[in-house]
Design a protein around this ligand. Structure first.
Ligand SMILES: Cc1ncc(COP(=O)(O)O)c(C=O)c1O
Length: 438
């Protein structure tokens, strides 16, 4: 299949001359014929350089919670930046935004950063400085950004590289990370209470933090089993370990107060990014007063030239204001439930085993398997090739989920019932087209 039209193809060649693989993030490289170049976005749609319109279910890997170029956000940014964007002093925008985050998310203190990677990097440093311990636990299939410590057993790992479930192996996702880093990272299967308890009881004296994406936002939105997050909370309390919720994907998306509100579990530290700014670069580390106050001038460093810049903070203020004033998540849940139900019906009709996971604002779809996976390993029971084949047919017809089934379908407030109907028609055609070729 070739998604690139002639204009895209031509600019892609130019891009490759100056940018490795023509992209500024490896996840955007879909090969020589299928790497798209986007001209513009509006609401729930994006248009590529050749003028093809797509109903966008990637939404930039999640940030676009309201819609592309959402007027309330764009206007607020345009107005704010007339007065300058960066001063190396605190601005009123930062105070306004951090107050909003504390109120919406039940956290006591906030520091702003620019990306999810940066937020997670600082959360780990705070946890280490607070506990005086150096190791941390994360779960297989989770992604916490590109910092060296986190790039083991992420959603990019292969099943065969993870070792036995009884004694998981840290599978490196990239070259370029010093071997010594490996000793600080403990990867465990998600939802495996026994393994977690055993590990914490044996190694707690070394463990600063348990990092968790409360639902697997990088592995088909696999949900925590009832009680799993609560048990992590209890273990952290018992052994003085910092519970870090990585809410880069779930924050301001699965509930106004994110996963802490949705699952009713409080973390010690929380990271936010994506939906916080509806597509503008802004992120945050937040948490309990006592833990966040580990940050201390001259003692525990957090800084950043662009932290709290006017562009990001103005965008985030407008985004959070919209989330508070309008039924954003309720509306997406309603429209999203229709979409999930429709997809379920089409696949049942077509005789394709499938399972839908997650929540309507970010749901996963696994084909060739009808049991909900409990962890990243079980995700591989599904038929990833069939998923990709159907996804590519969808994209060809103007509906754009990610071609990799690990990436959830993201929905925004601008998605209408009509868009869902169009999506379902295209879904039906795409399933038929793939079935005809098999
Ligand atoms: C859960 C999670 N944490 C952290 C990150 C890293 O965020 P960023 O890409 O903004 O650095 C991501 C990115 O997808 C993510 O999904």
């Amino acid at each position: 299949m070739k998604l690139q039209g002639p204009k895209t193809k031509s600019l892609f060649q130019k891009a490759k001359a100056v940018i490795p693989y023509g992209v500024n993030s490896n996840f955007r490289y879909w090969g020589e014929d299928n790497t798209l170049i986007i001209d513009r976005g509006e609401g729930t749609y994006v248009w590529d350089l050749d003028g093809n319109r797509y109903i966008d279910y990637r939404l930039a890997f999640g940030p676009i919670i309201l819609g592309h170029a959402y007027p309330a956000v764009v206007e607020r940014v345009q107005e704010a930046i007339q007065g300058g964007t960066l001063f190396a002093w605190t601005t009123p925008y930062e105070v306004d935004l951090c107050e909003r985050i504390t109120q919406m998310c039940n956290v006591e203190k906030v520091r702003l950063t620019n990306s999810g990677t940066e937020a997670c990097m600082y959360a780990l440093r705070i946890a280490r400085a607070h506990t005086g311990r150096e190791k941390f636990i994360k779960f297989e299939g989770q992604y916490h950004g590109m910092v060296d410590y986190f790039v083991y057993s992420t959603a990019s790992s292969n099943l065969g590289d993870l070792g036995s479930k009884r004694s998981p192996i840290n599978s490196p996702t990239t070259s370029g990370v010093p071997k010594a880093i490996n000793q600080y990272v403990i990867n465990l299967p998600f939802n495996d209470i026994e393994r977690l308890e055993e590990t914490v009881r044996a190694k707690w004296g070394d463990i600063a933090a348990i990092f968790v994406e409360p639902l697997l936002g990088n592995a088909a939105s696999i949900m925590p089993q009832p009680g799993f997050l609560e048990i992590i909370r209890e273990l952290c309390d018992e052994y003085g370990i910092m519970l870090v919720f990585d809410e880069v994907k779930t924050g301001f998306r699965i509930a106004n107060g994110g996963a802490q509100e949705f699952f009713n579990v409080q973390a010690d530290l929380v990271t936010y990014a994506k939906s916080l700014g509806n597509g503008f670069p802004i992120a945050a580390i937040a948490g309990k007063n006592e833990v966040m106050m580990t940050i201390e001038p001259g003692a525990m460093a957090h800084s950043g030239t662009y932290s709290g810049n006017v562009v990001g903070t103005a965008a985030a203020i407008a985004t959070l204001e919209t989330l508070e004033k309008e039924p954003v998540i309720k509306t997406i849940n309603k429209v999203g439930t229709k979409l999930m139900t429709g997809i379920d019906e089409i696949l049942t009709e077509a005789g394709i085993p499938h399972v839908l996971t997650g929540v309507p604002t970010m749901f996963g779809l696994i084909l060739g398997e009808d049991q909900k996976p409990h962890d990243f390993r079980e995700y591989f029971k599904g038929d990833g090739e069939l998923y990709e084949a159907i996804a590519m047919e969808l994209i060809k017809r103007g509906v754009q989920p990610d071609a990799d089934g690990r990436e959830p379908w993201f929905l925004c407030y601008s998605l209408s019932d009509e868009d869902v109907s169009e999506t379902l028609n295209v879904f039906n055609d795409s399933v038929k087209a793939v079935k005809d070729t098999r």
